[in-house]
Design a protein around this ligand. Structure first.
Ligand SMILES: [Zn+2]
Length: 377
């Protein structure tokens, strides 16, 4: 259940406490979250508050819950949307995702990170200059939600596949010293001979599926071998579920990454903290995406806006930056590679233990080349 909701009348995102405070001014009564909220207020909230992901109305307030024994809070006050239900693929729609904050949301208010603090200053300044508003941030989220529901696929990739394929891929580097070398008893008798290299070459020959996959996937723009770890995690977590295929946003992604680098270069507090990593930091990407979105993905206009913000930054009202931003490109390359790997359709029927396989190969090679058997540990 979302901790915040978007108020149509106030044109901003608010948590339960903020909503109640606003309504007490509006209705001239003072009611705290722990007391009963009057039906007139509830009726107002049902019409005024939208789900921050799928934008349906009908919000009901859910009180904070405390554990009786320790009095520690077990649930923060939040909003529930039951009637109508969340739209399909809403991040808050299913039981598994109901109580988690979606990973692509960026709380600019997070004060633990120096980078986020710096970005929050830029967001607050941008709002003060009127370049965007909390409403633009909300509109971008709706734009993204609509993109998302038009581009979904079901995850079927075996979660073991990325790691296994990558382990096999590493053998290619071990095999380098014996590239093009035909092994003879004389060569392997040399004390400097590396059995590890010969074994690696032999192992790769045993797996024709590796060559097919590697041909297709070891080309530059394909990040399979960089992203395999994360890919396994995502495949496990989303197995059998519909997820967003971000590929249709390739153009927007490229432009946003470029602007993120530009932001990191042009705003001193970010320059020192991010160096060239700017593009991988979620809050910087969220700001870059917002600047691009409000300028309809025109890079020149977005860069000019950024420079105006940087000039004015340093004294913005910190409350303005207390918003939930969206990084539409969270795990962009990983999802893209996951989908491509899945579509490549390689089926590994048995995930053989590659280490055990190498031991067997070495024994076989030694016997064939008349070398003494492996030392048993
Ligand atoms: Zn929703």
């Amino acid at each position: 259940m979302p901790l915040t909701a978007y108020s149509i009348s106030a044109q901003k995102e608010e948590d339960v406490e903020q909503v109640l405070k606003r309504l007490s001014t509006l209705f001239g009564e003072d009611v705290s979250a722990s007391e009963g909220v009057p039906e007139t207020w509830r009726a107002f909230m049902r019409q005024d508050l939208q789900c921050p992901c799928c934008f349906i109305t009908g919000a009901e307030l859910v009180k904070a819950a405390h554990s009786k024994a320790s009095k520690t809070p077990v649930r923060q006050a939040c909003f529930r949307f039951i009637n109508p239900k969340h739209r399909d693929h809403c991040d808050f729609g299913s039981a598994e995702t109901a109580n988690t904050v979606p990973e692509n949301l960026v709380a600019f208010s997070d004060s633990n990170s120096a980078i986020t603090k710096a970005v929050r200053e830029l967001v607050g300044t941008g709002i003060e200059l009127g370049l965007f508003s909390q409403k633009s941030i909300r509109d971008m989220r709706e734009w993204f939600f609509n993109k998302k529901i038009q581009s979904m696929f079901v995850v079927t990739l075996d979660p073991r596949f990325p790691k296994w394929m990558n382990s096999l891929h590493r053998e290619k580097f071990y095999a380098k010293p014996v590239e093009g070398v035909e092994l003879t008893p004389e060569i392997v008798a040399n004390p400097k001979f590396k059995w590890r290299a010969a074994v690696a070459r032999e192992q790769l020959l045993k797996h024709p599926e590796y060559w097919a996959f590697s041909d297709a996937f070891h080309k530059k723009p394909n990040p399979f071998f960089h992203e395999y770890n994360r890919m396994g995690t995502l495949a496990r977590r989303s197995q059998g579920r519909s997820v967003f295929d971000p590929s249709p946003l390739e153009d927007e992604y490229g432009k946003t990454c470029q602007l993120a680098v530009f932001i990191a270069k042009n705003y001193k507090p970010l320059k020192s903290t991010t160096s060239n990593k700017g593009i991988t930091v979620s809050s910087v990407l969220a700001l870059a995406a917002l600047l691009m979105y409000v300028r309809d993905w025109n890079q020149d206009l977005a860069s000019a806006d950024l420079l105006k913000i940087v000039d004015a930054a340093g004294s913005s009202n910190q409350d303005l930056g207390n918003v939930m931003g969206l990084n539409p490109f969270h795990d962009f390359r990983t999802w893209q590679a996951l989908k491509a790997a899945q579509e490549f359709g390689i089926h590994v029927t048995k995930y053989v233990d590659l280490k055990a396989e190498r031991v067997a190969i070495e024994q076989e090679l030694r016997a064939k080349l008349g070398a003494p058997p492996m030392a048993v540990e």
